[in-house]
Design a protein around this ligand. Structure first.
Ligand code: GDP
Length: 305
């Protein structure tokens, strides 16, 4: 892993780290002897970072059960235990090997405003830098502005783009997009989906129809379904996440706006709740501000100096 990657992870998590440091920095850095009440302060800090009650309780149980070790071996033992807890909480295996099929079809789902379109642009740019061509497919036909936004990202990243008429059947737009991708031998297709339908039933019906259509056009598609979540809303976004996860068969998460929040601990809460790995994190608004999620880098960055 290049040092710049870790630095960028650290920058993205700087607000969350500042919060932890303000409350328990001394404790984690060994600037004073440990006291039993330190564990309570740590618990509060982790809750404030939005790690979520169940995950924090579990981590604290573990730390308390090892408190003998912590008291005798001091701060390094405490840091190592906490790092391992966080790492274990966010580390999940990938469901599939990216680009093991062509085109690699990725559905991108989530409520409006979380950063779906921006994430698609960033992913297209990342993959382009790896020599891959990605078609951006605007299957959110409810909002004309959504397709226009996506088209801007397609231009910015010099990527092919496909859209349908406003109000067209998203599955029909998707079918045409996938056929175009196949005939041009593109490496990947990123599919932008509607962020809001009138009822949950509609959402489910539409996403499962799109999945069926995708599988008909490209075997195994969608190969990934990424749920984009806004880290600044922290664990409050979980209820929405649950709905999408149920409706869309989510295989991975993208956590955006980590740069803007002290609630980076929400990563732990969402992985625990939804049971799928975080694939990427957004740490800013430009094309370069997307990082492939690395559980070890995440845990290290949270607890770094
Ligand atoms: P969509 O409605 O889900 O497609 O959301 P957009 O992609 O239009 O993003 C909504 C807003 O969030 C825009 O102003 C983006 O610039 C901003 N945004 C997206 N990702 C990030 C991120 O990782 N960090 C920050 N700071 N802003 C982001």
């Amino acid at each position: 892993m290049s040092p710049s990657f870790l630095d960028r992870f650290k920058n993205g998590l700087s607000k969350t780290r500042a919060l932890l440091n303000a409350d328990v920095g001394d404790l984690l850095r060994g600037h004073r002897p440990l006291r039993p009440e330190d564990l309570d302060a740590l618990e509060e800090a982790l809750l404030a970072a939005d790690m979520g009650v169940p995950a924090v309780q579990e981590a604290m149980e573990h730390l308390r059960s090892k408190s003998g070790e912590v008291w005798t071996q001091g701060v390094e033992a405490m840091r190592a235990l906490l790092r391992d807890e966080i790492l274990a909480a966010v580390d999940r295996p990938l469901r599939s090997q990216p680009f093991s099929a062509k085109p690699w079809v990725v559905f991108v789902v989530g409520v409006n405003g979380v950063g779906k379109t921006t994430t698609i642009g960033k992913l297209a740019a990342t993959w382009k830098a790896q020599g891959l061509t990605t078609l951006l497919c605007a299957a959110d036909t409810f909002r004309a502005a959504a397709a226009e936004q996506l088209e801007i990202w397609a231009r910015r990243t010099a990527s092919p783009f496909h859209r349908g008429a406003e109000g067209a059947d998203p599955s029909a737009v998707l079918t045409d997009g996938l056929r175009a991708a196949r005939s041009h031998d593109y490496d990947a297709v990123l599919v932008d989906t509607a962020g809001r339908l009138h009822t949950k039933g509609n959402l489910m019906a539409e996403l499962s129809k799109m999945a069926r259509v995708a599988a008909r056009e490209v075997p195994g598609a969608p190969h990934e379904t990424l749920l984009v979540m806004d880290a600044t809303v922290g664990s409050n976004g979980l209820a929405q996440g649950r709905e999408f996860a149920k409706a869309a068969g989510v295989t991975g998460l993208v956590l955006t706006k980590l740069d803007g929040t002290a609630k980076g601990g929400a990563a732990v809460a969402v992985v625990r709740e939804l049971g799928v790995p975080i694939r990427y994190v957004g740490v800013g608004e430009t094309l370069e501000d997307l990082l492939a999620f690395d559980a070890a880098a995440f845990a290290d960055s949270l607890l770094a100096d």
